[in-house]
Design a protein. Structure first.
Lengths: 398, 260
């Protein structure tokens, strides 16, 4: 029996109740999911293979997805490998989160022309962002989006540029079927199973010669999209298979972060010698902050043309690893790489709690894999925990 | 807002390939605007007409390599209100600073039939080693967009937007996949000053360090990373000994990998 709307018999249970349950659709139906989203005016952004990595880009057909690809990640290394099946989501994560789509690297805030006595603000050409559907959002990434929602939309000051992009985004989550070598979402309770914030959530199952998706909707519009697909109620065996896959991912995290008393641990170890040790390895290149799905810092840059009659104000991604980031009158507050790394790590894992009520880390491991020299924040925290309370002076006299 | 008199621009050449000053002519679309705002008073590459100094803005290309140039740069400084050194030669000594690691007399003896005719200094040095420089614009060659930015900033009395951070921010902002992490390609980007827009990694090449060392570069840690990717010590010497070989962090790092 299909649950397609036009075929539903008049006496079937109400769609709402049925849709809240989990259903199954087979791999050939996947193209219709993409088509359905496109028909509703969504530009579907999903994983694609580009330049040796998985990159989120516009997707119109399942063939453009990383069919049969997986990724191997460790500190400072990312490698695409062939799988022995045709999984669509058989990888963990690419370098770039969804951040560039919601919080673009550069945004022009306004333009102005020198008027007779003052600046005339020029109207921005109407550039409504596309209506996005994100396909293949991981649980850690949903948490990251929720964190950025809090940063940009919470409190008294709402960021209108983020809001315009964020409003109406359709989120198709895919529970992780495997954990990467740099993953530690299980330590932070942010994955590998998506539990909130999605319109649709899928588990991809490939076993015993079958390739299907177990799907659940999280919203009414998610349910509506699901209704237009040819689905079957998932059997207990299929549900068990789906749950087993996610549990397996949870059991195979490549990294682990002990979060017990983390904030207190870091805030009482500002003078720990480990900060000097990591400063010897850190390139202060800012890659970790660029790939981090929660890092949100920006700088504002004014540009004029040669005549001086036209000015523009741009907002650009910035990083606490640059000296200009903390530049105030007289110089940079964080001149040493040690202070910059410490600022980043303690913000992510300690002061973020004070500021936003959660950790600023979701355990995606991107900062580990995409650090050119493989600095691993879980290892840095472990090292500090091992010699909690030690100062450099104590270590030198020991 | 309009000035009565246009500021005078001069372009000076020292030991260089002319590529940087040509980026001014490469501006094409903006060239008329430049000429509209500045009087091109002394730019032999563009015009034979030379107006007398003093000049409001001097762009100095090239490094100092001869006793004559070491003298001439002081005349340029005296004739200039605002002096901007442009390019790797003027800011670091350029590729010709490779001579600085050897005895230049040996090269001269090998290359020229009558070495006595060649009056050259033992070292190729940046402009700032000789005179006060108001601003240094990096690159081999410089980016014409950054040059226009520096000229605009000069005209309007503001600070130019030429951030000294790594090339990595430019890679990430344009969505380039890291070549070092995803391909194991050694890349100088994490230690190199931004400005090129991360050109080479966008074409799956490692950064060659054309814009010289970034702020607080950790070249030693980067070199260890390169070694893990299989780069040999002689190749590390060559990597840091490029267009910005004599920029201090790169100079020091290349020497550290030289076999004695």
């Amino acid at each position: 029996m299909t649950q397609r709307r036009q075929n539903r018999p008049p006496h079937s249970p109400s769609p709402r109740a049925a849709d809240r349950g989990r259903v199954r659709f087979d791999r050939p139906e996947f193209g219709r999911l993409l088509g359905g989203l496109a028909a509703q005016g969504y530009q579907v952004i999903g994983p694609t293979v580009r330049d040796g990595a998985l990159v989120y880009a516009s997707v119109t057909s399942p063939d453009e997805l990383p069919v049969g690809w997986t990724d191997e990640q460790t500190g400072g290394s990312y490698c695409l490998k062939r799988r022995n099946d045709a999984a669509l989501f058989g990888y963990t994560l690419g370098p770039q989160a969804w951040k560039p789509y919601l919080h673009p690297p550069t945004v022009r805030l306004w333009r102005a022309r020198a008027g007779h006595r003052e600046l005339d603000r020029l109207p921005e050409p109407a550039a409504d962002p596309p209506k996005y559907a994100f396909l293949g959002v991981r649980a850690c990434e949903l948490q990251a989006i929720a964190i950025q929602d809090k940063v940009f939309l919470g409190g008294d000051f709402v960021d209108p540029w983020y809001r315009r992009r964020r409003e109406g985004v359709f989120l198709v989550a895919v529970h992780c079927g495997q954990a990467g070598g740099t993953c530690f979402c299980a330590s932070l309770n942010t994955g590998p199973k998506a539990t909130f914030g999605f319109d649709l959530a899928l588990t991809e199952v490939i076993e015993a010669g079958r390739h299907y998706f177990v799907a659940e909707s999280g919203t009414d519009r998610g349910a509506a999209v699901l209704r237009d697909l040819s689905t079957q109620p998932a059997t207990p065996a299929e549900l068990a298979a789906a749950d087993r896959i996610v549990a397996d991912a949870a059991a195979h995290m490549g990294r682990e972060l002990d979060t017990r008393g983390l904030k207190e641990l870091l805030t009482r170890n500002y003078e720990h010698p480990r900060w000097d040790d990591v400063a010897g390895r850190c390139l202060t290149c800012a890659n970790c902050t660029m790939v981090c799905p929660t890092c949100f810092c920006t700088t504002v840059e004014e540009v004029t043309d040669l005549t001086g009659e036209h000015a523009q104000r741009w907002r650009k991604w910035d990083s606490c690893f640059t000296t200009e980031f903390s530049f105030i009158h007289g110089g940079s507050v964080r001149a040493s790489p040690r202070s910059r790394y410490r600022q980043w790590l303690t913000h992510k894992l300690a002061t973020w709690y004070d500021q936003f009520g959660t950790a600023g880390c979701v355990g995606c491991g991107r900062c580990i894999a995409w650090c050119p020299v493989g600095i691993d924040l879980t290892e840095e925290v472990r090292a500090i925990r091992r010699s909690d309370g030690v100062t450099l002076a104590q270590q030198l006299t020991a | 807002m309009r000035r009565n008199k246009k500021p005078k621009l001069a372009v000076w050449k020292f030991a260089s390939c002319d590529g940087c000053q040509l980026s001014l002519l490469d501006c094409e679309d903006e060239l008329l605007a430049v000429a509209g705002e500045l009087e091109v008073a002394n730019f032999p590459e563009a015009s034979r007409a030379v107006a007398k100094g003093p000049y409001d803005l001097s762009l100095v290309e090239g490094s100092v390599t001869t006793p004559h140039d070491a003298e001439r740069i002081h005349h340029v400084r005296r004739a200039s209100k605002f002096l901007v050194a442009i390019g790797a030669c003027a800011t670091a000594g350029g590729i010709q600073a490779l001579r600085n690691f050897r005895e230049v007399k040996e090269f001269v003896a090998l290359v020229y039939p009558t070495p006595a005719y060649v009056a050259t200094l033992n070292k190729s040095t940046p402009i700032a080693d000789h005179v006060f420089v108001d601003f240094e614009l990096r690159g081999c060659p410089i980016s014409k967009h950054q040059l226009l930015e520096v000229i605009s900033a000069f005209l309007h009395g503001r600070k130019p937007n030429t951030p000294p951070h790594s090339v990595c921010l430019e890679c990430k902002q344009r969505g380039t996949v890291c070549v070092m992490v995803a391909r194991g390609t050694p890349c100088l980007g994490p230690a190199t000053h931004a400005g090129c827009g991360a050109l080479c990694p966008a074409y799956q090449r490692g950064c060659y360090g054309c814009f010289g060392p970034k702020e607080t570069p950790n070249t030693a840690a980067l070199a260890r990373g390169w070694s893990r990717l299989g780069t040999t010590e002689p190749d590390l010497v060559r990597a840091f000994r490029g267009f910005n070989a004599y920029a201090e962090p790169f100079r020091r790092e290349s020497i550290a990998h030289e076999q004695t």
